[in-house]
Design a protein around this ligand. Structure first.
Ligand code: PGA
Length: 301
């Protein structure tokens, strides 16, 4: 049935008042314009929707059915308008943010600050490693990503956000804990707990040791940052992690940072999104919030 929304609205108004005159007044139309819309609606339906008995009009059986449906359709259209307005305004709407696992501690504080200003925003946060984030971006499954430097050659827009210093962590009873300027060679017999393949932290750590001619023994692989910290605390080995992730463990004395030559290795976090991706108002508000407020949420030991 080829009925326009305008015809539906005019029909609903005439059916509500059972009067062409009242409907015309409410819709600021002339009476012939209303009659024309109803005639076109009836032609499209192939049935009469009103019948006239004397000076009064009544709904036919088909008219009753259409009146019931038209109220539902008009209510749904208003709901759609409301939802679209919410998405357009930064007051509400949905925000898809994905972050590297090293960024999650900072990102959660950042989101808490953002949600205080925009309490109606519905946030979906994904935490994964560097490789996983590239996939989310490629599949267009996220709006904004906070991560280590993304590879060249993808259609991405990225802006540097904060320095991400990588440090060597050890349990508090480690024999090198008070030594200044530990040489890399002194670590050659240490076991390192390594992140999984696909982690940006792992790639940079491996590259650094290889460039310095050191083969580190990485016979234990743990696929998230929290597990690395716990493993180091329990004395399973040393770890290389972002300094942004160990604030509370260092302050409470559960982990120490070793003073190793060339460390910290300074990487950078970036705010990244797909080139040409149109951000919603809430996405833009979040980007601006991150640029403006990022330093407020940094906690380094
Ligand atoms: P990751 O984080 O080690 O969790 O992958 C850092 C990055 O994105 O490079």
């Amino acid at each position: 049935m080829n009925v326009t929304l305008r015809q539906l609205r005019v029909f609903e108004m005439v059916a509500r008042h059972l009067s062409f005159t009242r409907a015309a007044e409410e819709l600021f139309l002339t009476q012939p314009a209303v009659s024309m819309q109803i005639k076109q609606f009836e032609d499209a339906a192939g049935l009469a929707l009103f019948e006239r008995l004397g000076r009064k009009i009544y709904l036919t059986e088909a008219g009753e059915e259409m009146y019931r449906l038209s109220k539902d359709i008009i209510a749904k259209m208003s709901e759609a308008d409301l939802i679209l307005d919410e998405i357009k305004g930064s007051e509400g709407g949905r925000l898809l943010v994905s972050v590297a696992s090293t960024v999650q501690y900072f990102a959660i504080r950042l989101l808490a600050g953002f949600c205080k200003q925009y309490p109606k925003v519905n946030v979906n946060l994904k935490v994964t490693n560097h490789k996983g984030l590239i996939q989310l971006l490629e599949n267009n499954e996220t709006d904004i990503v906070l991560m280590g430097k993304p590879p060249e050659g993808l259609d991405l827009m990225s802006e540097p956000l904060l320095e991400n210093p990588l440090v060597v962590i050890a349990p508090p009873n480690h024999h090198l804990k008070d030594k200044k300027g530990i040489l890399l060679a002194e670590l050659k017999n240490e076991t390192f707990l390594m992140r999984e393949q696909g982690s940006g932290t792992r790639t940079s750590t491996e590259r650094f040791f290889a460039e310095n001619g050191m083969k580190i023994s990485a016979n234990m692989e743990l696929n998230n940052n929290g597990a690395i910290k716990l493993g180091v605390e329990e004395g399973l080995g040393l770890g290389v992690v972002s300094q942004h992730t160990i604030d509370s463990e260092v302050k409470t004395g559960r982990l120490v940072i070793l003073d190793v030559q060339f460390f910290p290795l300074v990487r950078t976090w970036y705010m990244v999104r797909r080139e040409g991706k149109r951000l919603s108002a809430v996405g833009t508000a979040f980007e601006n919030f991150v640029r403006r407020e990022k330093f407020r949420f940094v906690r380094l030991p």
